[in-house]
Design a protein around this ligand. Structure first.
Ligand SMILES: Cc1cc2nc3c(=O)[nH]c(=O)nc-3n(C[C@H](O)[C@H](O)[C@H](O)COP(=O)(O)O)c2cc1C
Length: 340
């Protein structure tokens, strides 16, 4: 058993979280991760706001129907994610109305935008929920802490999905955060997909490690089989930071990704985004939808981390949690026994 502030505070068996992966659904994955003793996190699956509040409600209630364990939810607070304020208020309201949801939904992770408004809403309407925010650079971590969030998810550039322009690695960022804010609960994210990674994250001062790509390639995730089938053969060189809806995004190199090209500078990227019409923006979102609706992994966008280079087989979620934690324990014990 590895005990950390977060395993104790959240009542978890393992210091492992699943990372949110909208616009894809991670509802079944959340159930599997939480049931196995980690913390599963429901994704903000709808990009365009259409029926998004109802969609989220259905996901959260589906989770509590299928597990009694604690879990979390992600809300993206980017300006173009226009449903985020109502989503946060509704989540708070549902937890007030439903005691089972209130008991189990212990964690809201906001990301892709600012933490301040979300923190105000949650502290005011649902102070019993632990509010963490994703930060990809130290100056954003400062903002998370000054906004009154309960914890930080430090995510470096090697991770899958949206990344910042900063390009800071998880290795550096987690150490920076652990040194500057030793009293704030910290989740390390981006680049973890092995027992060695879990041991390293905890050794650097994280209270838990979150993984995205590793869980896509699990038998319980609801990602399209065509998507899952790309992960074990991919190598660490097969991803690219390209243009996404909320900034640069790390995708698997396929036709869609290569056509979008590599993000080289923040100014170029912003100019590219400003040149988009609303129709073009909506058309671009379709490239995410066709992945989960049709399994079109050539014309669709396939977010994955550099961790694809570490994943060589599909696994069961409970096997990931159990063997990774045991492996990390062994590594940490061996290291300690070598200290004279
Ligand atoms: C398919 C996919 C979708 C993602 N969507 C989101 C999202 O909606 N919100 C968010 O905060 N992070 C999102 N991310 C980032 C993950 O939460 C996490 O930071 C990342 O997966 C970590 O890197 P790893 O995949 O190497 O573990 C996404 C990542 C992937 C792979």
């Amino acid at each position: 058993m590895i005990k950390t502030r977060l395993t104790e505070e959240f009542g978890l068996k393992f210091p492992i979280f699943s990372a949110p992966m909208g616009p894809f659904y991670t509802t079944e994955l959340t159930i599997a991760v939480s049931e196995a003793g980690g913390l599963g996190v429901v994704s903000h699956a709808t990009l365009r706001g259409k029926n998004s509040v109802q969609d989220m409600k259905e996901q959260l209630f589906h989770v509590i129907e299928h597990t009694d364990k604690p879990f979390g939810v992600n809300v993206r607070t980017a300006r173009i994610q226009t449903d985020h304020k109502i989503m946060l208020r509704k989540i708070a309201q549902w937890t007030k109305e439903n005691p089972k949801l209130r008991e189990q939904l212990i964690y809201v992770l906001t990301s892709a935008g600012g933490p301040r408004t979300a923190s105000k809403i949650l502290k005011d309407k649902a102070p019993y929920i632990h509010h963490f925010h994703v930060a990809p650079a130290l100056w954003l971590v400062d903002k998370v802490v000054s906004s009154g969030c309960d914890g930080i998810v430090a995510t470096g550039t090697e991770g899958g999905g949206h990344q910042s322009y900063e390009g800071i690695s998880t290795l550096v960022l987690v150490q920076q955060v652990a040194q500057k804010y030793p009293d704030t609960p910290l989740v390390a994210c981006g680049g973890f997909a092995t027992p060695e990674g879990i041991a390293a994250g905890l050794a650097m001062g994280a209270d838990a490690v979150a993984m995205g790509t590793r869980f896509i390639a699990s038998n319980q995730s609801e990602f399209h089989p065509n998507y899952k089938a790309l992960i074990p053969p991919a190598t660490a060189r097969d991803t690219l930071l390209t243009t996404g809806g909320f900034g640069p995004i790390r995708l698997l190199k396929n036709k869609y990704c290569i056509e979008h090209g590599e993000v080289v500078s923040k100014n170029d990227k912003i100019a590219q985004e400003l040149a988009y019409s609303m129709d073009e923006y909506l058309e671009d979102l379709m490239h995410y939808e066709i992945v989960y609706t049709k399994g079109d992994v050539e014309n669709g966008a396939i977010p994955v981390g550099q961790t694809v280079g570490l994943i060589d087989s599909m696994m069961d979620v409970d096997e990931i949690l159990t063997t990774f934690t045991k492996g990390a324990e062994k590594i940490l014990k061996n290291l300690c026994s070598n200290i004279t």
